[in-house]
Write a protein that binds this ligand. Structure first.
Ligand SMILES: [Zn+2]
Length: 337
């Protein structure tokens, strides 16, 4: 077995800045992509490539993916689910038979079965490790690319299994396709690390199986994210869903300033800080919120939104024209952090 110290050493040799918080505030058109969260890869004892016993990383991946899928569905945001599905006469080298059609392995895990009937979700069966290749139809069209175009998606948030196989191949290809102008209007490819998992085949077990290649879960998960980042994807380590758009936040601040009896100032500078101890790295949302607010002229104030993990966020608007006045207002927010 690879000792935790060796895994830590290897992670030190392959470090990457993955502690980025993704803030979904509705500023960008976001699509959720679920990769192969099917029984054949996730449900204990479901098949050749399924876990043989409950697995923490896989359970967390399912839990996080279900939470995201529910939020997206409630808001009528688009969801795309890949389902690995094979015909018995068409093996997928180098893997043993898996997710054979009709076996039940090829279906979404019980916690996500509802997605098949959800009007916001598009489900695509694929018999290919790489979802973007697997989306090519007989007439040459591509179901995934069509989905991005039809829904005008600017950012895809990717979760699923396996981090270093189907997720990585799809993400790398999506980044290449975006760079090549094939997926319009896609701008950002984001992998949510806690929403991904890979399988575990420790070295000591692999040695007892003829022809098996070891696949230590934690290390391979890390390597999958590391390579995805190297190819140009962004890795989000934490997510926050905001119920208000920057325009709505702006209106809240305007109301706050008016309630303090301030006259309309000339300029507003709004800074949104996302702090999640111990890191204080910026996510995608704050940048877009800030850009939007700075475009709006007419208010001379500095407003700051402080959002701490697990706490109700507040808007702190500090009016700097005239006397220094502070104002707090609670924001509605759903946080899963
Ligand atoms: Zn497969």
């Amino acid at each position: 077995m690879v000792s935790p110290q060796i895994i830590d050493m290897l992670k030190d040799e392959l470090p990457f800045d993955g502690d980025e918080e993704l803030v979904l505030s509705g500023e960008l058109k976001v699509g959720l992509v679920l990769v192969d969260i099917v029984n054949g890869f996730c449900t204990v004892g479901a098949g050749n490539l399924a876990p043989t016993e409950p697995n923490k990383q896989i359970s967390l991946m399912i839990e996080e993916s279900v939470k995201l899928a529910k939020v997206f569905s409630e808001r009528n945001w688009p969801i795309f689910a890949f389902l690995d599905t094979h015909y018995p006469d068409k093996p997928e080298s180098p893997y043993p038979p898996h997710c054979i059609i009709g076996s039940g392995e090829e279906n979404l895990v019980p916690a996500l079965e509802w997605l098949e009937k959800d009007p916001n979700a598009t489900c695509k069966r694929k018999d290919c490790i790489n979802g973007l290749i697997g989306s090519i139809n007989e007439d040459g069209s591509n179901t995934f690319i069509n989905w991005v175009e039809a829904k005008k998606i600017q950012l895809i948030l990717v979760v699923g299994i396996c981090t270093d196989i189907c997720v990585l191949d799809f993400v790398s290809t999506a980044v290449s396709a975006r760079n090549h102008g094939l997926v319009h209007p896609l701008e950002e490819v984001v992998v949510y690390s806690q929403g991904c998992a890979t399988y575990d085949l420790p070295v000591h077990v692999a040695r007892t199986m003829k022809g098996a290649v070891a696949h230590p879960q934690e290390l391979m998960h890390h390597i999958g994210l590391y390579i995805a980042k190297g190819r140009g994807a962004r890795i989000a380590w934490r997510k926050t869903i905001m119920n208000l758009s920057s325009r709505e936040i702006y209106v809240e601040i305007q109301k706050a300033i008016c309630s303090l009896g301030m006259s309309a100032p000339a300029r507003i500078v709004m800074r949104v800080s996302m702090r999640t101890a111990p890191s204080k790295r910026k996510g995608l949302g704050p940048r877009s919120v800030m850009n939007d607010i700075q475009l709006v002229k007419g208010i001379q104030s500095i407003a700051r939104i402080n959002i701490k993990a697990g706490q109700t966020p507040t808007v702190l608007a500090t009016v700097v024209s005239g006397n220094l006045v502070t104002y707090y207002r609670e924001l509605r927010k759903t946080s899963f952090t």
